[in-house]
Design a protein around this ligand. Structure first.
Ligand SMILES: NC(=O)c1ccc[n+]([C@@H]2O[C@H](COP(=O)([O-])OP(=O)(O)OC[C@H]3O[C@@H](n4cnc5c(N)ncnc54)[C@H](O)[C@@H]3O)[C@@H](O)[C@H]2O)c1
Length: 368
């Protein structure tokens, strides 16, 4: 099979969908790998490194889309890529169809088979291709929060861990899932006073068992959230209700309870955000102020640490790429139910019930 990896063209996107070991694994099995020139640049991987492991470096994206049977990407195809989609081609990437009707219709029209990273579901019911990006965003949220608490960035001028004789910062984390747990671990490691709020008591019990002593768990109800707000120097928004918009746990009028210069990192912004005053921002201008509280609401946080994110992502995507290349679409999805869950559109027909329901489209049933 010919596997193609175009360069990502979305603004501030530095990830790439394949690293040299992926090229080596594919070429060793007799497949051909086309990498667009400069595709790995944002992640610190040179064309020479790819070529050294057997890839053919191709100058133009159009040539990759024309020749490859399987396209592996990171972000959804952008409008300028839509004319390049080729009937019966397999495209394996994050699509997030439910958030974009135009994209959904363009992909249907193209006749490709779209396998979405975000809906691949393993036997335990988890989403293995989303987890690594939540790990990155969770850890990064504290790094960013620490930076924006600095006075030159309009923060309170507080060091997260304090120093001997001076209290550490208070960090409140709304949602104790993958993002929340990773944020808590990093904040606790820096010496901050951390509180994780969640509505899932089993999850709180688990976190209570595994977290260090400077992490406290608290049931997430309106009173506890408000109480934490008034003490928080740094607030991390990390709630998720699968398939739904994030709930507003912090309302506009609640901001006046916060100390001027406190920082909110609303990681859940890609699902609408859990703070009413949040609105999406980019890495080029990540923050804005409301009521003297710094808001950071970047929708693709992992994109900024392209190298780490690329390696974390490709660790989990490569086994599926190898399977698709070896068995082809039909056999691969028959043999692997997790992969079948990823098929959202098959040769132009919607196979994912949630996507079909979102736009009132016909769902042609299981991809298998
Ligand atoms: N901005 C970015 O770049 C970026 C990157 C990765 C993930 N995310 C987003 O971060 C969010 C969290 O992702 P995750 O992987 O940690 O999800 P997760 O499912 O692992 O965790 C979500 C947690 O929120 C909890 N929750 C639900 N309602 C709550 C409430 N009312 N109060 C407190 N907790 C509540 C759930 O019980 C769960 O433990 C998602 O919206 C995800 O899309 C954003």
């Amino acid at each position: 099979m010919i596997v193609g990896v175009p360069k990502e063209i979305k603004t501030d996107e530095y990830r790439v969908a394949m690293i040299p070991v992926g090229v080596e694994e594919l070429t060793r099995r007799g497949h051909q790998v086309l990498i667009q020139a400069g595709a790995g640049q944002g992640s610190g991987i040179s064309d020479e490194q790819y070529a050294g492991h057997g890839a053919e470096i191709v100058a133009e994206a159009a040539a990759i889309w024309r020749r490859a049977d399987l396209i592996v990407k990171v972000k959804e195809p952008l409008p300028e890529e839509w004319p390049l989609l080729r009937e019966a081609q397999i495209v394996f990437t994050y699509f997030h169809f439910a958030a974009d009707e135009e994209l959904t219709r363009a992909v249907m029209k193209s006749g490709i088979t779209a396998i979405a990273y975000e809906t691949i579901k393993d036997g335990r019911g988890t989403l293995p291709l989303l987890t690594p990006m939540s790990e990155v965003a969770g850890r990064m949220s504290i790094q960013e929060g620490a930076k924006y608490l600095e006075r030159p960035f309009e923060g309170r001028g507080i060091l997260l861990g304090g120093v001997p004789g001076v209290l550490p910062a208070n960090v409140a984390i709304l949602g104790g899932g993958i993002v929340g747990a990773n944020a808590a671990k990093v904040a606790a490691g820096l010496g901050a006073n951390v509180t994780i709020l969640d509505i899932n008591l089993d999850r709180l019990r688990y976190l209570d068992d595994v977290m260090p002593r400077n992490v406290t768990t608290l049931f997430s109800d309106r009173h506890n959230v408000l109480d934490c707000l008034s003490r928080a120097d740094l607030l991390i928004g990390a709630v998720l209700i699968p398939g739904a918009r994030a709930p507003y746990l912090v309302r506009r009028e609640d901001l006046k309870r916060m100390t001027p210069g406190a920082v909110i990192i609303d990681v859940a912004i890609d699902q609408g955000g859990c703070v009413e005053t949040s609105k999406p921002t980019t890495h080029s201008k990540p923050t804005f102020m409301v009521n003297d509280v710094v808001h950071y609401c970047v929708t693709n946080m992992p994109g900024a640490v392209g190298r780490t994110s690329t390696y974390a992502l490709t660790n989990v995507t490569l086994p599926y790429v190898l399977q698709l290349a070896k068995r082809g679409h039909d056999k691969a999805v028959q043999e692997n139910p997790a992969l079948a869950e990823g098929v959202n559109i098959r040769r132009g027909k919607v196979t994912n019930p949630a996507v079909a329901a979102t736009f009132g489209l016909e769902c042609v049933g299981s991809a298998r």
